[in-house]
Design a protein around this ligand. Structure first.
Ligand code: SF4
Length: 323
């Protein structure tokens, strides 16, 4: 099945969701992948996942949040005129990228006509365009574009290896998951961090919500947070005081404004600003010990990067939408 072509029996396209194991490029699930029907089951499957493949498969068929299941499938069924003739994924969008990356990017949630259409995080919308171009410029992606699953993109390059994921894996109405939905999806992020910990050096939180979700996941994995709690900003950073369980390096959490259209169209987030954070992530991922020397205190970006927060710029002015 090609995501960019209508099914022969359905020339109008749309009409998702895609059945697990039916041939969508990169579909991690099979028809018999167990489905989490409620938040308790999602937690159980997340906690028992032993490999990233297993985790991705189970995420991609999760149905724990009734409102989000209804929304993502409704969007997939109706589509959008500009994507007429295209089949929509219409399922949760799992993490994607290198299997044992040094760098993990965490976004908010898939976009209704982006990841929810293409089945790949930060793929097929303006946020993905901004991010892919930046990753390629910095030397962390093979191509400057991320159009659709199966487009040949790879999240690795001369400067390192990357995986992308989201705090919430289903496209939410108005780009806003509610509190229960965010809580239901949190075990998937915990499990992803647990499985990636052995090789992970840097987590880049794209937006304040992802920053908060990453801090919470790190705390749930048993790493104490700093006091006061590290504050989000573009270029903000916090080096964990100890490795994640199963890891050997003290991971650094970096903050970046979310590459939403509200941020990129208004110039709040420029390509140079995203390049700066990603270049810093690449630099840190190579550094012995996973970051700047210190005691776990936040440290300054330095070296021509952006300040931990632009003067007078409160975190809430980082406009987030999904991607
Ligand atoms: S948001 Fe997360 S927990 Fe809720 S249905 Fe989607 S994948 Fe499952």
């Amino acid at each position: 099945m090609s995501p960019t072509e209508p099914e022969p029996d359905n020339p109008a396209g749309g009409r998702g969701p895609v059945a697990p194991g039916s041939g969508w490029p990169g579909d991690p699930a099979e028809p018999d992948t167990p489905v989490a029907a409620d938040p308790g089951a999602a937690r159980h499957y997340a906690e028992s996942a032993r490999t990233l493949d297993e985790l991705d498969a189970q995420v991609s068929v999760c149905r724990a949040c009734p409102r989000l299941v209804g929304w993502r499938e409704q969007v997939a069924a109706t589509g959008r005129r500009s994507y007429a003739g295209q089949r929509y994924w219409g399922r949760p969008v799992p993490g994607w990228g290198v299997e044992a990356p040094r760098i993990l990017l965490v976004g908010l949630a898939p976009a209704a006509h982006g990841g929810n259409r293409t089945g790949r995080v930060f793929t097929g919308d303006r946020s993905g365009d901004h991010l892919a171009a930046a990753l390629h410029r910095v030397g962390l992606a093979a191509q400057p574009t991320s159009d659709h699953a199966g487009d040949g993109q790879r999240l690795s390059g001369p400067r390192g290896s990357v995986r992308m994921t989201a705090a919430v894996h289903c496209a939410p109405p108005q780009n806003r998951p509610d509190r229960q939905e965010a809580a239901a999806c949190a075990p998937w992020l915990d499990a992803e961090l647990r499985l990636l910990a052995p090789g992970l050096a840097v987590v880049v939180a794209l937006g304040g919500i992802a920053w908060t979700a990453a801090l919470a996941a790190i705390a749930r994995l048993g790493v104490p947070s700093a006091r006061p709690r590290p504050r989000f900003g573009h270029g903000a950073s916090w080096q964990l005081p100890q490795p994640l369980p199963g890891g050997s390096r003290r991971v650094v959490l970096l903050g970046s404004y979310h590459p939403s259209q509200q941020n990129t169209f208004t110039g709040r987030l420029t390509p140079a600003m995203t390049d700066s954070v990603l270049a810093r992530a690449a630099e840190l991922s190579d550094a012995t010990g996973g970051g700047a020397p210190g005691t776990g205190e936040p440290w300054s970006d330095g070296g021509g990067g952006h300040s931990r927060r632009e003067a007078g710029t409160p975190a809430h002015q980082d406009h987030e939408t999904t991607g």
